[in-house]
Design a protein around this ligand. Structure first.
Ligand code: MN
Length: 321
């Protein structure tokens, strides 16, 4: 998926400034974003006052939407640099095509992991025909400087490891949870997990004190560290925890996102993660002139044009450490 905002503003993210070394409970309100073709998503990251959680730098939650008589998700070919994208579904299907030749249909609780590295372009669309319901999340992970120019890649993992407990089934999307490790390639210490809780389940999930965490409720009603979360709500939890108390008021599911605080400062604009305004401007220029990103074959329609660069120069603050 893509940031389809026609006037996106540049964002400086990363660094230690916003990281809470102690456990906190900061509720983040979603902002609605219209992706076109009738699709409205709820954007949780970047958020006012909260840009990243570990290396996770972008979180959209969408659905469940009835798309029986609609095109569903339609993101024409668009470019990415400096990040990985995670397509995660609870219902529906997503057809992914990219400029390194991948064509793959992603189904619920399968990992579609695209590493943009130095440059990739992709399209994502609800296939024809498609299931009635569409429900999922689009997540981005910022690549650390040492790996941000890595070769582009796309990996599909249909069989992810699980962690189970009384009333709990967790699917490990990326990284490791309670000894179970996802096969997805990561470039910084982080975790993403999909937790399904049965009504009445009450547990303390083991987590790492050096990671910061957030949870996003996908469905049902959950209490995380005593805070009641309705679907689509995200709670930032800070660092310094060894366990996270969870209580399910109904059959429910949530995403756990965490990681070592991302100390490098990054510049995010549109679908790009760079370190300087020049990185961003050069990537935009390359996309608009047909350089660097290659071609997404098989997509029926024109690629997505880049928005205008904002008038202000994009200043980098450089590395934080
Ligand atoms: Mn995308």
């Amino acid at each position: 998926m893509s940031d389809l905002d026609t006037h996106p503003s540049p964002r400086l993210c990363g660094g230690r400034d916003g990281v809470s070394a102690q456990p906190v409970r900061d509720l983040l309100s979603p902002r609605e974003a219209n992706l076109g073709a009738g699709t409205v998503v709820r954007r949780l990251l970047p958020n006012l006052g909260r840009r990243m959680v570990g290396a996770w730098c972008f979180v959209d939650h969408y659905g469940p939407d009835d798309i029986a008589d609609a095109p569903g998700m339609q993101a024409p070919p668009h470019p990415h640099i400096g990040l990985q994208t995670v397509s995660w579904l609870h219902a529906g299907e997503m057809l992914h095509r990219d400029s390194i030749g991948s064509v793959r249909t992603i189904r619920p609780r399968e990992l579609g992991l695209m590493t943009a590295g130095r440059a990739i372009a992709h399209s994502e669309q609800s296939p024809v025909p498609h299931p009635r319901l569409l429900h999922g999340a689009q997540l981005w992970v910022a690549l650390p400087d040492a790996h941000r120019n890595t070769a582009p890649a796309f990996d599909h993992h249909a069989d992810l490891p699980h962690v189970t407990g009384p009333g709990l089934t967790a699917t490990v999307i990326l990284g490791e949870l309670d000894g179970a490790r996802s096969p997805g390639t990561t470039y910084s210490p982080l975790v993403g997990a999909d937790l399904t809780l049965a009504e009445g389940a009450e547990l303390r999930l083991p987590v790492q004190p050096d990671f910061e965490y957030a949870v996003l409720t996908m469905s049902g009603e959950i209490e995380a560290d005593g805070v009641r979360l309705a679907p689509g709500s995200m709670l930032y939890l800070g660092c310094g925890r060894t366990e996270l108390p969870l209580r399910a008021m109904s059959d429910s599911s949530l995403l756990l996102l965490g990681g070592e605080p991302f100390e490098e400062k990054i510049v995010m604009w549109w679908n790009f993660v760079g370190r300087t305004g020049d990185d961003i401007a050069q990537a935009r220029d390359a996309w608009m002139t047909g350089d660097r990103f290659g071609e997404v074959r098989g997509y029926d329609g024109p690629p997505m044009p880049a928005p205008e660069l904002p008038g202000l120069p994009l200043k980098s603050r450089g590395r934080a450490r």
